[in-house]
Every structure is written in structure tokens, then in C-alpha cells.
Design a protein around this ligand. Structure first.
Ligand code: NAI
Length: 258
């Protein structure tokens, strides 16, 4: 699929994998809507890549409507990357035998709301707008990439909410691709391994922590770079024969229990 003269939306586009994807799609000729909660970083990136910053909380359905319609007004919306995501680390039960110390349901719901519902809401609205596009010579109107995680398959201790949300993304990939096939829209999912993004900045010694984490990767023994993820995003969007698939981009890592 050719991205020249089209718009793209990248949720979570202000940081990490989303920012790498936004840069790569802009390099392919798309006008990228960097859709994120973080206005400072989002505006800076949008200026760098000649894109547009769109303030977006993916849990707010009306904000999603505004972003997809704004993108379609500039040029046909042909690609969407859902990279906005959050995580928490909480065990299912506490140590003291009280029900009060079990995983708080609201915290489970918060992760599912952003990662799974936010992704689906963007897909259903963006695909609706894409379905109005003129099809290309191959009958194609758009392509969508969702960001899951290897935690969808090998979730670690404390990752139950995160893994459930990412497993939901993996599970909906094929039925979404089937639903959207009649509109000529492809859907694929990436399951990243350990990627070097600002998500590790909250740890006490991030560089040391990341170097240690890198040792658990099969090969190469390091974290992945956002550009290595963005390369797969571009492949899944531009290769017309990729559809309904989830691809791990993870250096061969299989996460241990903890
Ligand atoms: P990041 O933390 O660098 O970037 C995430 C972006 O999402 C931030 O700019 C944040 O402002 C935005 N965001 C968060 N909640 C939002 C909301 N409600 N609405 C709109 N934007 C929101 O994270 P990173 O590492 O780039 O992760 C991107 C995606 O890849 C996430 O879905 C994450 O779960 C997934 N992933 C990341 C891995 C890693 O090792 N970095 C591993 C596996 C999956």
C-alpha cells in the first residue's frame, strides 16, 4: 500500500514505539496524526515529522471520533497504529488472606480500558472512516496495526491485567481482519519483546536495569530499538499480503515467570 498523499494515525505516538512508528510512516510519505495524552512530546514530534498533533485519550470515544474525522479531512486515512498502552504489576491475591488485599478490580479495568477497549474503539471508528476511501488497484482501503506484547503469551507474575488486555488484542486480530475484509482493510498485530523506550525510566537505575534485562534475550542480548519495531509496522502496513497475523518482534525471548 502506498502512503504518499494519505494520513496515518498513531496512538501513543508521542513516545517509544509509537514515536518510532510515526517517524517511519512519515518517511513513507504519510501525514501522521500523533495522537497522545502527552501534548509537549506529541507537538514536538509532529513538528519534526511535518505531522499533526492530536490530543487524545483513547478511553474517550468522542475524542477518537474527532481525531479520525480530522485525519480524513486532510487526506484519505489509510493507516492506523494503536500503540497507546499502560501496564501495572499486581499479584492476583495479597499475602494476608483478606479479600481486600486481592487485585483491585478497578486497577484491572483501567489497564483493559486503555489497552483493549481503547484499541478496539479506534479500530471500529478508523475502519468506518477508511471504508469510505476509494479502493486502490488491489481493492484496498486501509491497514491497521495493533501493539500487543509477548506478555499476551508468556505473562509474568503480576502481569495478569496487562496480559489479559494484550491477549485480547491478539484474540481479536483475526476476527477483525475477517470483519474488515469486505471493506478492503487489513489488520495485523505486533507482540514486542523488551523494547528500549521511556517505560523503563521509572525504575531506580534504568540503564543498569535495561542492561540486565537484555541478558535474558536469546539473541541479540539487548533490548530492541523502537526503530526495529517501526520497521515491522511499516512492513505490515505496506505489504498487501499481510493480514490477520500476530508477529513477535522479540529477539527470541520467552519471558520466565518473573
Ligand atoms: P511509552 O510509555 O514509551 O509510550 C506510550 C505512549 O502512550 C505515551 O506517549 C503515553 O502518553 C501514551 N498513552 C498512554 N495512555 C494513553 C491514553 N489513554 N490515550 C492516549 N495515549 C496514551 O510505551 P512504549 O514502550 O512505546 O509502548 C508502546 C506499546 O507497546 C504499548 O502498548 C506497550 O504496552 C507495548 N509494548 C511495549 C513493550 C516495551 O518493552 N517497551 C513491550 C511489549 C509491548
Amino acid at each position: 500500500m502506498d502512503l504518499q498523499g494519505t494520513t496515518a494515525i498513531v496512538t501513543g505516538g508521542a513516545s517509544g514505539i509509537g514515536a518510532g512508528s510515526a517517524r517511519a510512516l512519515a518517511a513513507k510519505g504519510a501525514t501522521v496524526f500523533v495522537a497522545d495524552l502527552n501534548a509537549d512530546a506529541g507537538e514536538e514530534l509532529a513538528a519534526e515529522i511535518g505531522g499533526v498533533f492530536a490530543q487524545l485519550d483513547v478511553t474517550d470515544t468522542e475524542q477518537i471520533t474527532r481525531v479520525v474525522e480530522a485525519a480524513a479531512e486532510v487526506a484519505p486515512l489509510k493507516s492506523v497504529v494503536n500503540s497507546a498502552g499502560i501496564a501495572n504489576a499486581i499479584r492476583t491475591i495479597g499475602r494476608d488472606g483478606t479479600i481486600d488485599s486481592a487485585f483491585p478490580l478497578a486497577k484491572f479495568e483501567a489497564v483493559v480500558r486503555v489497552n483493549l477497549l481503547g484499541t478496539f474503539d479506534m479500530v471500529r471508528q478508523a475502519a468506518t472512516v477508511m471504508s469510505r476511501n476509494e479502493p486502490d488497484a488491489g481493492g484496498q482501503r486501509g491497514a491497521i496495526v495493533n501493539m500487543a506484547s509477548v506478555a499476551a503469551f508468556d505473562g509474568q507474575i503480576g502481569q495478569v491485567a496487562y496480559s489479559a488486555s494484550k491477549g485480547g488484542i491478539v484474540g481479536m486480530t483475526l476476527p477483525l481482519a475477517r470483519d474488515l475484509s469486505t471493506a478492503g482493510i487489513r489488520v495485523n498485530t505486533i507482540a514486542p519483546g523488551l523494547i528500549d523506550t521511556p517505560i523503563y525510566n521509572s525504575f531506580p537505575n534504568p540503564e543498569e536495569f535495561k542492561a540486565q534485562l537484555g541478558q535474558s534475550v536469546l539473541f541479540p542480548k539487548r533490548l530492541g530499538a523502537p526503530e526495529e519495531l517501526a520497521s515491522m509496522v511499516v512492513e505490515l502496513i505496506t505489504n498487501d499480503y499481510m493480514n490477520g497475523e500476530t508477529i513477535r518482534v522479540d529477539g527470541g525471548i520467552r519471558l520466565p515467570p518473573k
